[in-house]
Design a protein around this ligand. Structure first.
Ligand code: NCD
Length: 304
């Protein structure tokens, strides 16, 4: 077993603030419509063991816009269905000439395990309930685009924090750049120990309190597929935590509403909020492409 190859991106937790800011600066210089062919003759395998729309398509567009060849391997329809192990799948992709692997997997730590056994960069596109670093970076990119600086910002993250790799990576990133984060939701979705995840996190069970003074509101889906027997009464959840236009008025007037998707309209937020003037949900998806271009350029050593 080795150290992960340089350029791997396995999580935000172990990145330094200057690496994060460097990636965000690089992402700002990326334009998929006018990209230099930085990844010409590079082959990037996209290995997805879990459902994905935004992450998968934007990694693919990012890679292709810089001239790379992409190979998509899904768990259904590949030898993974026949019982091939994760590592053997990695060795196979390496043997067909992959220069980097982007992987989404239901088990926390799967990308790290693969990175320790392969000599090519591995990029975590979401591992279980652990991390989703490219999402945290594109969200930080989106916040900077709308708010110009992280200085003095207050971010409220509302919803299913416990099951969310998006929230975990976001908390690490926002805490490293000095943003004040308030987590809001019921104890089943935000246990008290969530504050130990990163320095400076605060929990409230009252949405009104989370929204007061917030510059950024980040909403999360209730991940019913990961609840494993835990009971969430959705009607109660909606009554207490659904983001509505009336509740949105409690935040700063210029607050932005974010959501990593997939959104469930009428559950964690109303359609009026999704389509309203403060929503930057579509812009987040859009920003996924330059952010992932920066991640891939860094992975393959073409980041200058
Ligand atoms: C999320 C994920 O898969 O972690 N979506 C995403 O990548 N944008 C969040 C979710 O599934 O709710």
């Amino acid at each position: 077993m080795n150290k992960p190859a340089r350029g791997s991106l396995l999580g935000i937790e172990h990145l330094e603030e200057k690496e994060i800011l460097g990636l965000l600066r690089l992402a700002r210089r990326m334009n998929p419509l006018k990209a230099r062919p930085l990844l010409r003759n590079k082959r990037i395998a996209l290995l997805f063991y879990e459902a994905s729309t935004r992450t998968r398509s934007s990694f693919e567009v990012a890679a292709k816009s810089m001239g790379a060849i992409t190979v998509l391997v899904l768990s259904s329809g590949s030898s993974i269905e026949k019982g091939e192990s994760l590592l053997d799948t990695g060795y196979t992709l390496r043997a067909v000439g992959a220069d980097a692997i982007v992987i989404r997997h239901p088990s926390a730590g799967a990308p790290l395990m693969m990175a320790k056994h392969l000599d090519i960069p591995v990029i975590n596109a979401g591992d279980g309930m652990h991390e989703h670093p490219s999402q945290a970076l594109l969200d930080a990119f989106t916040i900077l685009k709308h708010k110009k600086s992280f200085k003095g910002l207050r971010v409220a993250i509302i919803g299913d924090i416990y099951h969310s790799r998006v929230a975990r990576s976001a908390c690490h990133l926002l805490s490293k750049v000095g943003v004040k984060v308030t987590l809001c939701g019921p104890p089943e979705l935000i246990p008290e120990f969530a504050t130990t995840l990163a320095p400076g996190l605060r929990i409230t069970r009252h949405i009104e309190e989370a929204l007061r003074g917030a510059d950024v509101i980040m909403l999360l889906r209730v991940q019913q597929e990961r609840l494993a027997g835990k009971k969430i009464h959705l009607q109660d959840y909606m009554a207490r935590y659904q983001m509505t236009m009336a509740r949105l008025k409690l935040a700063k007037r210029d607050a932005i509403v974010m959501h990593p998707g997939p959104i469930i309209r009428g559950l964690e937020l109303t359609s009026e909020v999704v389509d309203g003037p403060q929503s930057v949900i579509v812009d987040e998806v859009h920003n996924g492409v330059p952010t992932r271009m920066a991640i891939l350029a860094r992975a393959l050593g073409k980041a200058s």
